[in-house]
Design a protein around this ligand. Sequence first.
Ligand SMILES: *Cc1c(COP(=O)(O)O)cnc(C)c1O
Length: 452
Amino acid sequence: MTQKKYFLPESEIPTHWYNIAADLPAPPPPPLHPGTQDPIGPEALAPLFPMELIKQEVSTERFVEIPKEVREVYRVWRPSPLIRATGLEKAIDTPARIYYKYEGVSPSGSHKPNTSVAQAYYNKQEGVQRIATETGAGQWGSSLAYACQMFGIESKVYMVKISYEQKPYRRSLMQVWGGSVVPSPSNDTNAGRAILEKDPNSNGSLGIAISEAVEDAAMREDTKYSLGSVLNHVLLHQTVIGLEAVKQMEMVGDYPDVVVGCAGGGSNAAGLMFPFLRDRLVSGSKTRFLAVEPASCPSLTKGEYRYDFGDTAGLTPLMKMYTLGHTFMPPGIHAGGLRYHAMAPLLCHLYSEGHIEARAYPQNPCFEAATLFAQTEGIVPAPESSHAIRGAIDEAIAARQDGASRVILFNLSGHGFLDLQAYDDYLAGNLVDDHYPEEKVREAMQDLPVIP
Ligand SMILES: *Cc1c(COP(=O)(O)O)cnc(C)c1O
């Protein structure tokens, strides 16, 4: 009988995050000022982020120490388990060995507290009393509210109005953790009031909510802003996933041939991949890395590698990313966390250099994979994570077809207990298969800034 679950003792919680910037053959293209289009220095970010996070954003130090206060909070759910998917392997009759790292064991049910806790800590250290952020379906908002609660700071979350009304439970989570949540557009900011004046019934959007949170942080001395994905420091914090997985794979005595992650802004995929990708960059390992995205929002597989804004309103610095255009509004699929028009610049850089592959799937095959996973492994996956499962299953099917053994490792980024409506829709046959909205992307790409 093979061992099923690989636990590390608490003493093995990593002491440092891994910064892949130290091992890149060439540095990624720098962020540019939205007005002047010159490369920006760290000082441009100072009104929004605490200094320590800005330093991490531009750091090329290979290992960054995890503060002991952050490790203390990580102890609640870290090290997270690595599990061999023996039930799934049997169901698809594959010679492949499939492992998954399970991040749904955190208090908010996803990988996001790995960074929210670190971010709240550095803000607290620098005397910040309040953090403002935006959230769509609420995964990030709830993770941030939890982290702020742990360090005794206030959180203010601008939640996209349609989700605030239709998905009340993550809002409740935020409130339980002391967060103050308003539907966006709100009356609390100029950006929100301007939208409401034009359209009192606006459903809101992530772009509007970002504008509100950024304005809130910029206007108040005691408040900073916080982002849950995309930025270098977020990816850095998430490497705690991969660092643990490296040790757990050693315990198993296996090494992955392919590492799979779902990709919205790219943080959980990068978090699992980067510590293994280091072996590829430094010692030439042949491991493949596969990012899986939704067919309706396929930034890596269909986007162009260009400078674009990080938000819909065009307020952020310009970053070079695979993008569908910052004004592109992806269709309302259930995997809300994957509806981002672009992708983390670090992940894009590695993709453009051929170190990472990407694939896109519509939502029905993903829910089919997630349901099979729940039936064989027991855990009900988040709709976002179902993309990684689909990718892993297809790798295992390919292994069966070439009769080769293959070691597959994927990240199960969260559980789906607050997404059961999506499963209801799937089981009732009501899920529309989203397809690539080519026309809308072409329109949005017209709005990209022209960089000489
Ligand atoms: C937010 C979220 C994602 C997508 O974000 P990334 O930055 O791409 O990781 C994926 N899975 C879950 C469960 C999420 O909550």
